[in-house]
Design a protein around this ligand. Structure first.
Ligand code: COA
Length: 174
């Protein structure tokens, strides 16, 4: 990451600018017909989802340009949809976004490292994620992070089925 980028924990005042980042980052998914919640969620939803776990934001010159939330345990809504999310000691990756102009610099990878180290420190033994089946580039990204497909779900109101992926911690707890 460049020297002017900094990472810190989410604060309530970040909800509006984080919503703007999410809309900008997820616009390409919306344009592809994938109505992820983050395509058009309101500020209160952003705040609730961020506070539903541990949320990091990346700042560049006072602007939020990246974010990831790690939820432990996974949300109640997700737990209703899949037994995978009901396992003890399981964390979940949510609201991953990087500004379109800053892609491919390892910002998401850095947030993912922070998220999984935090989860391990909290006693999580594995981490899950879900994403749209048709978003094959994202399924591939999560595979490259060590996740494997374990289930398929359908979130109410979504245009797509979601793949549920799981990543056990390595022997070093990471
Ligand atoms: C997915 C996303 C968070 C990745 O952020 P990122 O900071 O660009 O990711 P990184 O730089 O850490 O790279 C991770 C991988 O993403 C891939 N990638 C994604 N977009 C890329 C781009 N525009 N340029 C280069 N690589 C890109 C690379 O293959 C890279 O793999 P590598 O580590 O083997 O090189 C970002 O593309 C994004 O915000 N997308 C829209 C929102 C979204 O899809 N969220 C996830 C929903 S489940």
């Amino acid at each position: 990451m460049g020297s002017t980028l900094s990472v810190r924990l989410f604060e309530e005042a970040d909800a509006a600018p984080l919503t703007e980042l999410l809309h900008a980052a997820y616009a390409e998914l919306g344009a592809a017909g994938l109505n992820y919640t983050a395509v058009d969620q309101d500020v209160a939803t952003t705040r609730d989802r961020a506070l539903g776990g541990r949320c990091w934001v990346v700042e560049l010159e006072g602007r939020i340009v990246g974010s990831l939330t790690m939820s432990l345990p996974p949300s109640a809504g997700l737990q209703e949809l899949t037994a995978v999310a009901r396992e003890e000691h399981r964390a979940w990756v949510n609201q991953v976004a990087v500004a379109p102009s800053l892609r491919g610099r390892g910002i998401a990878a850095d947030l993912w490292r922070r998220g999984r180290e935090w989860a391990a420190g909290q006693g999580a033994l594995s981490i899950g994620v879900d994403t749209a089946h048709p978003a094959t580039h994202l399924v591939q990204l999560y595979r490259s992070w060590g996740f494997v497909e374990v289930d398929s779900i359908h979130w109410p109101g979504k245009t797509y089925d979601s793949v549920v992926m799981l990543r056990p911690h390595g022997k070093d707890g990471r």
